[in-house]
Design a binder for this molecule. Structure first.
Ligand code: BES
Ligand code: MN
Ligand code: ZN
Length: 517
């Protein structure tokens, strides 16, 4: 099985008078002074200043204005001003989205080659200089450009729409060679991270009838085929031998057997030091089981494996880019179906760590399978844990669809994960693990139940997971709201977002020497 490769991105220091491209995208700020863009204004025969005077181009975020080039000695076909807001608030996160917007706009206009002017960075030639770090900006733009390379209509039989890009250029006119070297290195990283995000989006987009747990494991094998990365796929027999009663309890209702996808990455020589443990929910289809979901929107639950996809695809990025620490990834993959053998409300399951759970609602299945997977990641030696899951509707009520819930302890570890998410451009917001709410999980027959009722539903879900963490830093990302975009935006078409892939990868490159014990 081949893993697709995204459009190459070439860094060029060519001056605008020698750059050859049909489409040059330029971040355009609300407070840009026309003088700083004089060369572009002139090249467009004054169209730039007219567009600005008429209010057509105001520099509002992600607004696209296409201008002609009238200079016959230039080899640029069109200028695309892409709104980048006020100069001062244009950081890497904005730039990433500006870049995606620029590339998507090109694709929609059937342009197949595009260049992006990297402006506002330190070390650029005078006309294009600013305060942004060149490497950081280059990575963000490379990620953003690459993120344009995804379409939701993978089963459509007609021509691909919009047209894919064949060539991308990162343009730094007249930049010094030291800047170009920094940019080159981070461009590579950005493209890789963008590509891995797209792989996760493709997995999450895949319907349940094609992406069964077995198929998810097969796709994982192709994706993590990387040096220094070992993959083991456990079948239902091996899962039973490990005593994973929670994972088996969820899988019982389906004819499709579960799989446990286990990935271990070790850089050369790293035998001591922290080991990052990544755990992702891999429910390939969530009908709710016997506590069946209403028909409306049940189809959306094909992406209930987005957390697992994030872990698999982050592992690819981690190995491909050679992270300096050991990382283990564990993804429990199963369907949640209401078959005749299904677990029923009132049933009691025994987890691999020995704790017992009374299942009060079979639709709270994610926390069950994650309980066993968290235990296994620790068995493999993970010292620092992060799990990612489309876990609760409650987190969508609390934080909406643009921000994932971040839970965990101790605080310095949560802060570390939050900083990685900020660098990655994944929006997260801290949520409290109120210890008193654990009462809501009380069971009369077992150690605890799997549901805590409506109040603070995302918090009690996180408290349930915490029961399976033995005395080490752990963080939990609830991406139920952010994994899928219900609305099309200029930088994010409707569909899977690849949430958390880049956060997890960034984390593996962070200063692990400073991690809390
Ligand atoms: N996969 C769902 C959570 C979900 C809901 C994801 C909406 C994306 C959008 C999860 O398995 C689930 O069903 N959670 C229940 C838990 C409840 C039964 C305690 C929920 O949130 O309703
Ligand atoms: Mn569910
Ligand atoms: Zn679910």
């Amino acid at each position: 099985m081949a893993v697709s490769v995204s459009t190459p991105i070439e860094v060029t220091a060519a001056g605008l008078d020698s750059l050859e491209t049909p489409w040059l995208a330029i971040p355009f700020h609300e407070d840009d002074v026309t003088a700083s863009l004089a060369v572009l204004d002139e090249a467009s025969g004054g169209a730039l200043s007219r567009a600005r005077a008429s209010g057509e181009a105001r520099g509002r975020l992600y607004e696209v204005t296409v201008l002609p080039v009238v200079r016959h000695d230039w080899r640029i076909g069109r200028l695309a001003l892409v709104g980048a807001g006020p100069r001062a608030s244009c950081d890497a996160a904005v730039l990433r989205r500006v870049a995606t917007t620029a590339a998507l706009a090109a694709r929609q206009r059937r342009v197949t080659r595009a260049a992006f002017l990297l402006r506002g960075i330190r070390g650029a030639s005078a006309a294009w200089a600013g305060d942004l770090d060149a490497g950081e900006a280059a990575q963000a733009v490379a990620e953003g450009l690459t993120l344009s390379d995804f379409t939701i209509g993978s089963y459509k039989t007609g021509d691909p729409d919009p047209t894919p890009l064949e060539q991308l250029q990162l343009s730094l006119p007249g930049a010094a060679s030291a800047v170009l070297r920094a940019v080159e290195e981070r461009r590579r990283r950005g493209r890789r991270l963008g590509e891995c995000t797209n792989h996760a989006r493709a997995l999450a987009n895949e319907p349940g009838n094609s992406l069964t747990p077995r198929e998810m494991a097969a796709r994982a094998a192709a994706i993590v085929d990387q040096p220094r990365l070992r993959l083991d796929i456990f079948d239902e027999k091996r899962i039973a031998e490990l005593g994973m009663g929670l994972l088996l309890g969820v899988a019982r209702g389906s004819h499709e057997p579960p799989r446990l996808i286990v990935m271990q990455y070790a850089p050369e020589g790293a035998v001591t030091g922290p080991e990052l443990g990544l755990v992702g929910k891999g429910v390939t289809v969530d009908t709710g089981g016997i506590s069946i979901k209403p028909a409306e929107n049940m189809d959306r639950m094909k992406d209930d494996m987005a957390g697992g996809a994030a872990v698999i695809c982050a592992m690819r990025a981690i190995a491909a880019l050679g992270a300096p620490i050991r990382v283990v990834g564990v993804v429990p993959a199963t369907e949640n179906m209401p078959g005749g053998q299904a677990t029923r409300p009132g049933d009691v399951l025994r987890s691999a760590c020995g704790k017992t759970v009374e299942v009060l609602n079979t639709d709270a299945e994610g926390r069950l399978i994650l309980g066993d997977a968290l235990w296994y990641a620790q068995q493999l030696g993970a010292t620092h844990l992060v799990d990612v899951a489309t876990l609760t509707g409650a987190v969508v009520v609390a934080l909406g669809k643009l921000t994932a819930g971040l839970f965990g302890a101790p605080q310095p570890w949560v802060d570390t994960v939050r900083a990685a998410a900020d660098r990655a451009g994944d929006r997260v917001w801290p949520m409290p693990l109120v210890p008193e709410y654990r009462e809501q999980l009380k069971s009369e027959i077992a150690d605890f139940s799997n549901t805590g009722g409506r109040p603070a539903g995302s918090v009690t879900a996180a408290l349930f997971l915490q029961e399976f963490v033995e005395n080490r830093p752990w963080a939990h990302l609830d991406i139920a709201g952010t994994a899928w975009s219900e609305e099309a935006r200029p930088y994010q078409p409707k569909g899977p977002t690849g949430a958390a892939v880049r956060t997890l990868a960034e984390l593996a490159f962070g200063p692990a020497g400073e991690w809390p014990a």
